[in-house]
Ligand binder design. Structure first.
Ligand SMILES: *[C@@H]1O[C@H](CO)[C@@H](O)[C@H](O)[C@H]1NC(C)=O
Ligand SMILES: *[C@@H]1O[C@H](CO)[C@@H](O)[C@H](O)[C@H]1NC(C)=O
Ligand SMILES: *[C@@H]1O[C@H](CO)[C@@H](O)[C@H](O)[C@H]1NC(C)=O
Ligand SMILES: *[C@@H]1O[C@H](CO)[C@@H](O)[C@H](O)[C@H]1NC(C)=O
Ligand SMILES: *[C@@H]1O[C@H](CO)[C@@H](O)[C@H](O)[C@H]1NC(C)=O
Ligand SMILES: *[C@@H]1O[C@H](CO)[C@@H](O)[C@H](O)[C@H]1NC(C)=O
Ligand SMILES: *[C@@H]1O[C@H](CO)[C@@H](O)[C@H](O)[C@H]1NC(C)=O
Ligand SMILES: *[C@@H]1O[C@H](CO)[C@@H](O)[C@H](O)[C@H]1NC(C)=O
Length: 239
């Protein structure tokens, strides 16, 4: 019993402030903080410090489930989630060239408290990115990004190979591995324009710096010196 208790505590410590991809799997354990990754491995773009793997998971060619444990976010009850796809193996480390293809619109999660929390969320039918054209046998990488309230993000990936939707090698998706814990809420993320850009930069304020940038070679030191009091004066006012 005590052993069990200790194990739970140790596991909780290990996963504190991180994301665990539970379905369809992940590249591997990146819940590591050491000398190479003094801030924690999972903060490294694009896949939390994990290189491309060869033990790929099968995933349906028209999209499928993605489940993960987003909690354990000490000090942050909320976060934003992004799920992206990278195509192929022509990029760095034999992975995709980029991870710039969103599969779902970003969404917010609301945890039960500021303390780390357990719990799983699952999207049973994550579609392919808009306009993606993949075929059975293609390789790709799913990236889950968890954006913290302070702007840094945690990264976790799984390398996949597309198979037919009804391929018998696909893992069963059911209430055991794909469910939403009741203590995690969801929110929409909106962008509200508070001030639209009004056009090209033509104000006199920027014209002044334009002169400085455009014609430095024609300015003699004499001329510059003439400007110096103005610059110093402005700086002084700013300071
Ligand atoms: C691939 O292998 C690594 C290392 O053994 C393991 O941690 C990871 O879970 C495996 N990934 C999949 C998708 O099976
Ligand atoms: C830190 O952990 C990573 C992942 O296991 C490993 O590649 C790296 O060598 C480790 N660094 C040190 C200094 O042990
Ligand atoms: C997909 O990845 C697997 C494992 O890394 C590799 O054996 C296979 O050749 C790759 N397929 C394609 C089409 O690149
Ligand atoms: C990302 O990579 C894909 C190929 O997988 C390419 O078609 C696309 O132009 C790239 N996008 C960006 C923003 O680099
Ligand atoms: C998808 O393809 C259509 C038609 O080519 C194009 O108009 C649209 O901009 C594309 N969407 C994205 C997100 O690339
Ligand atoms: C769900 O699927 C998994 C993996 O195939 C299996 O181990 C588990 O027993 C299934 N659970 C239920 C309730 O069917
Ligand atoms: C979990 O909640 C999200 C957001 O409401 C929803 O899209 C998804 O279908 C739910 N997952 C399950 C397994 O019901
Ligand atoms: C900004 O300048 C460009 C090039 O002169 C012009 O095509 C465009 O219409 C201008 N936009 C606005 C909002 O004035």
């Amino acid at each position: 019993m005590l052993d069990m208790f200790l194990l739970v505590i140790i596991s909780a410590a290990l996963v504190s402030a991180h994301t665990v991809l539970t379905y369809p799997g992940w590249r591997g354990d990146n819940l590591i903080t050491n000398e190479t990754f003094p801030y924690g491995m999972q903060w490294m773009y694009p896949c939390g410090g994990m290189k491309t793997t060869t033990n790929r998971t099968f995933w349906p060619v028209s999209g499928g489930a993605v489940a993960f444990q987003p909690g354990w976010f000490q000090g942050h009850a909320t976060a934003q989630i992004f799920i992206n796809l990278g195509f192929g193996t022509d990029g760095p480390n034999g992975g995709p060239p980029n991870m710039s293809n969103p599969m779902v619109p970003q969404f917010g999660i609301i945890g039960p408290s500021k303390n780390p929390y357990a719990g799983t969320i699952c999207l049973p039918q994550v579609p392919l990115p808009v306009n993606a054209s993949v075929k059975v046998g293609d390789n790709a990488t799913i990236q889950v990004v968890e954006l913290a309230v302070h702007g840094a993000a945690l990264y976790s990936c799984v390398d996949i190979t597309f198979v037919e939707d009804n391929d018998p090698r696909l893992g069963n998706v059911n209430e055991t591995n794909c469910f939403n814990s009741s203590d995690i809420g969801f929110s929409d993320v909106y962008t509200i324009t508070t001030k639209a850009a009004t056009g090209n930069v033509t104000s006199s304020g920027t014209t002044a710096s334009f002169i400085f940038l455009k014609k430095p070679s024609t300015l003699s030191w004499m001329n510059l010196t003439g400007w110096l009091p103005v610059i110093v004066c402005s700086l002084w006012i700013i300071l």
